[in-house]
Design a protein around this ligand. Structure first.
Ligand code: FES
Length: 170
């Protein structure tokens, strides 16, 4: 940062915020997980039991956290099949509930069959891989990868980057 103090205003404006960001990026990023700093491969996602598949009624939204306690998610049983859904009719899916716009909590609205953010009304389709229907968000909701093992639904991975993170496993 000492180099920055030698820049006069004209130099600063010429280089621009991007150049300054590049200088800052050269410093150690304070949120780099230990495994990334050591150059290791990302750790595998945990396998987390969510609950019995039979206990998920149609239209239900069951909240859980994945891949860690700070990452809220919801499992939904839709009326029809969904992309990468599991269970009867491939109708069970799960998503991070952190809106990809600015991180507010989206909620499932069974009457619309959509996940809707109350902050700026970004709306996501759980039947279409969390794709954006309308709103400020520019990325789909991260989809939680599910499987059924012994009648239980398990979360086993995430497709897409959870809001506010630069890696899903921290
Ligand atoms: S935070 Fe969800 S639409 Fe803005």
């Amino acid at each position: 940062m000492a180099g920055l103090t030698r820049l006069n205003r004209r130099d600063f404006l010429r280089i621009g915020g991007t150049g300054v960001a590049g200088v800052i990026a050269g410093q150690a990023w304070p949120y780099t997980p230990a495994w990334a700093a050591e150059g290791a491969k990302a750790p595998a996602y945990p396998v987390t039991d969510i609950g019995p598949l039979a206990a998920v009624p149609q239209g239900a939204a069951i909240e859980f956290n994945y891949p860690d306690a700070e990452s809220p998610a919801v499992m939904i049983r839709l009326a029809e099949g969904a992309k990468d859904g599991i269970g009867p009719g491939n109708a069970v899916v799960a998503y991070s509930t952190l809106c990809t716009h600015k991180g507010c909590s989206v909620a499932f609205h069974p009457e619309h069959k959509l996940l809707i953010c109350p902050c700026h009304w970004s709306t996501f389709d759980p039947a279409k891989a969390g794709g954006i229907v309308i709103g400020q968000a520019s990325q789909p909701l991260p989809q939680i990868e599910l499987r059924v093992a012994g009648g239980n639904v398990q979360a086993v991975g995430v497709k897409g980057l959870i809001y506010g993170r630069h890696t899903n496993i921290i």
